[in-house]
Design a protein around this ligand. Structure first.
Ligand code: HEC
Ligand code: HEC
Length: 311
């Protein structure tokens, strides 16, 4: 409790004591002021006149005590504060008799939620992703998780954008099996396309770009593509495969399918080659925990199956 506040670094022990002493001193001061300013009625219960004339525009000022109920209200607020500070951690340096804290409140709420949801997640964890993908309730939870944690990169329609892969086009960098999808989400992925701008001359880059485009029938310069073929075999085939069909183990895209993560124009492809590309899919294991990732994988798998073909 109190330790939590001090550990949080929001306030140092020195300031905590300053606040505590200042608060207690203020309360004592309030009591003293209330007592010290208790004016008495004059002799015989007569009102006491202040020194001097104290008369303005026909109004006279008297030094009368506060009505009893009024000063009692002040006493009540002071005693209320003292009671409050004894029960709650208002002084910071003591946790208060009730041991109450927003932290413990939060922990209790989390505990409650876990009790409620863990059995649901546990039940799904016992089934494989493919089975879960056929469960309506699971897909609803997965869909909500997707809308919370994935839309900003893969889009509300799951079709991605430049640099962020489309998840429902049945074209996968790392494979579209339930296991591969789960691994992508759980551990994240780092696409590593090296930059060849230094190693290759600019026209070598355009030539090999034309060759890469020719693999999906997009090249408009057959001569350049022919010149680029040799470079491709020696420099690119290691990752993209001798026929350019890609390698899911590396996340090297298939270059023959006319699906482009970074654009399929000559300029975009030449930029991919010259400057390299490093797409990063963050790992979600720590953020969400495996049970939620399990449901997300099922959701992505189900969507990719049902939307495949409707590119
Ligand atoms: C910060 C942006 C970002 C967020 C958030 C994000 N992703 Fe990704 N994701 C990427 C990028 C970028 C890639 C491609 C990595 C690469 O180029 O190698 C990717 C790849 C993937 C892949 C592999 C695709 C393939 O073709 O093999 C899957 C599956 C995936 N993401 C699912 C998800 C899910 C589900 C979520 C939500 C939990 C999510 N992503 C959240 C950026 C993101
Ligand atoms: C070390 C392995 C590796 C080598 C070598 C390599 N690439 Fe890549 N390439 C990749 C990976 C991985 C990606 C995906 C990057 C990402 O996901 O951000 C990629 C992406 C690309 C893209 C973008 C594809 C798209 O869909 O937008 C093109 C084009 C490309 N590579 C062409 C080439 C060419 C041409 C060469 C040879 C000059 C080459 N690559 C060499 C691994 C490699």
């Amino acid at each position: 409790m109190t330790d939590d506040i001090l550990k949080s670094g929001l306030i140092s022990a020195g300031w905590a004591w300053y606040v505590a002493i200042f608060t207690m001193a203020s309360l004592v001061f309030c009591l003293w002021i209330l007592r010290a300013n208790r004016t008495q009625k004059g002799e015989g219960g007569k009102d006491v006149k202040l020194h001097g004339t104290n008369q303005w525009d026909g109004l006279r000022e008297w030094d009368n005590p506060l009505p009893k109920w009024w000063s009692n209200l002040f006493y009540i607020t002071v005693f209320f504060s003292i009671g409050y500070l004894l029960l709650y951690p208002g002084l910071i340096v003591t946790p208060g008799a009730l041991n109450w804290s927003t932290d413990s409140l939060h922990r209790a709420e989390v505990q409650d939620a876990k009790k409620q949801f863990d059995p649901i997640f546990d039940a799904y964890m016992k089934q494989d992703v493919k089975t879960v993908a056929a469960d309506k309730g699971a897909l609803q939870i997965g869909g909500r998780l997707y809308q919370t944690y994935c839309v900003q990169c893969h889009g509300t329609d799951m079709r991605g954008s430049k640099g962020f892969p489309n998840l429902v086009d049945n074209d996968w960098l790392y494979g579209g099996t339930p296991e591969a999808i789960k691994t992508s989400i759980l551990d994240g992925r780092n696409g590593m396309m090296p930059a060849f701008g230094e190693q290759l001359k600019p026209d070598q880059v355009t030539d090999v770009a034309q060759y890469a485009l020719s693999l999906s029938g997009r090249s408009s310069a057959p001569d350049a593509a022919k010149r680029g073929e040799e470079t491709f075999k020696t420099t690119c085939a290691a990752c993209h495969g001798p026929d350019g069909k890609g390698n899911p183990a590396l996340g090297a895209p298939n270059l023959t399918d006319n699906v482009w993560l970074y654009g399929g124009s000559v300029a975009a492809v030449a930029e991919s080659i010259g400057k390299g590309r490093q797409g990063k899919m963050p790992a979600h294991k720590d953020l969400l925990g495996e049970p939620r990732v399990h449901l997300l994988a099922a959701y992505v798998f189900a969507q990719s199956q049902s939307q495949a073909g409707s590119k």
